[in-house]
Design a protein around this ligand. Structure first.
Ligand SMILES: NC(=O)c1ccc[n+]([C@@H]2O[C@H](COP(=O)([O-])OP(=O)(O)OC[C@H]3O[C@@H](n4cnc5c(N)ncnc54)[C@H](O)[C@@H]3O)[C@@H](O)[C@H]2O)c1
Length: 292
């Protein structure tokens, strides 16, 4: 099997490329900033916002599947218009190239931020833990770009040719970040753990990049057994917090004590039972055992 991974040099992409290559998959990693590797993985520079570059890359390698991770991966890293147009244009180019060139399967990264938390105008979940049925409430350019991306993926799935799936990885922690490398946003994971106000904005969510990569691998393996167009949350079992979220959410976020009360012990605010049920996926890494 040949899989083209976009954004393969990134925080999540590196683990996805590693996991697929280790499983014997022929991997092509495409990124504006290709990473030097000393293994069999092919790396290629391409700007996927350019439809011609995207098409020619897919046509050149004729992959069986595309894992689309490339994006401006958070709000505030670029102007709003650039964030929105980059993310939506790339998602469309990747899906359209896949459809036109007969790629059978596409997996696209969205984000749990589509839920709408962190909105300064206020946000309340309808219920916790958040699952895939919970309504989205995008309010900034990044979250709007991810909802639009999900719509693009679902639209291609409706055509009935090839399979198209979305996953929403929680705050991705790359292996070196457990040992003190800066995480997304510049803080170390320990600083994030200690700075509750910052971590509260995204409901103390996280997932180890290797667990998210294993999710991608399993979805590739079971792609034809899963309903087309399905969306999945991908979260660690627990929260990146030293206290239960039933205490922390009412203290640091607008979530009421009553709503947060259903989260028992160390539980995450995100429900991953769909990924467990349909794929047999289970996170293996957590901050208590990984953080050095
Ligand atoms: N990191 C997180 O916590 C997190 C959480 C939720 C969702 N996500 C999503 O997961 C995906 C991967 O995120 P990440 O943290 O690995 O981001 P990252 O920034 O580390 O990696 C993204 C990669 O995409 C590449 N890229 C950007 N624009 C490109 C373009 N025009 N053409 C080709 N490549 C381009 C970048 O060079 C980079 O290597 C993104 O879609 C992001 O929105 C990430």
């Amino acid at each position: 099997m040949r899989v083209l991974v976009t954004g393969g040099s990134g925080r999540l992409g590196r683990s996805v490329v590693d996991a697929l290559a280790a499983a014997g998959v022929e991997v092509v990693s495409v990124d504006t900033a290709p990473q030097q590797r000393d293994d069999e993985v092919v790396t290629l520079p391409a700007d996927l916002t350019d439809a011609g570059e995207c098409y020619s890359t897919v046509a050149r390698f004729r992959p069986d599947a595309i894992v689309h991770l490339a994006a401006i991966p958070a709000p505030g890293l670029a102007s709003d218009v650039r964030t929105f147009t980059t993310n939506t244009t790339m998602a469309f180019n990747v899906c359209q190239s896949a459809a036109d060139l007969g790629v059978g399967h596409v997996i696209v990264a969205s984000s749990p931020t589509v839920m709408g938390y962190g909105n300064p105008a206020g946000w309340q979940p309808s219920y916790l833990p958040l699952d895939e049925a919970h309504p989205v409430a995008p309010w900034n350019a990044y979250t709007m770009s991810k909802v639009a991306t999900e719509d693009v993926v679902h639209g291609f799935a409706l055509r009935g040719e090839g399979t198209y799936h979305v996953f929403r990885p929680c705050f991705v922690v790359a292996p070196e970040e457990w040992r003190g490398a800066p995480s997304q946003g510049g803080r170390t994971i320990r600083e994030r753990l200690e700075n509750r106000k910052a971590a509260a904005v995204s409901l103390f969510n996280y997932v180890d990049a290797r667990d998210a990569a294993e999710f991608v691998r399993l979805l590739l393996v079971k792609r034809d057994e899963v309903p087309n167009g399905e969306t999945f949350f991908v979260s660690a079992d627990d929260a990146l917090a030293e206290k239960p979220l039933s205490e922390l959410l009412p203290e640091y976020t607008p979530v009421s004590a009553e709503t947060a009360g259903v989260l028992k012990g160390t539980a995450s605010a995100f429900d991953t039972s769909r990924a467990r049920r349909l794929l047999g996926w289970q996170p293996r890494y957590d901050w208590r055992s990984e953080l050095v």
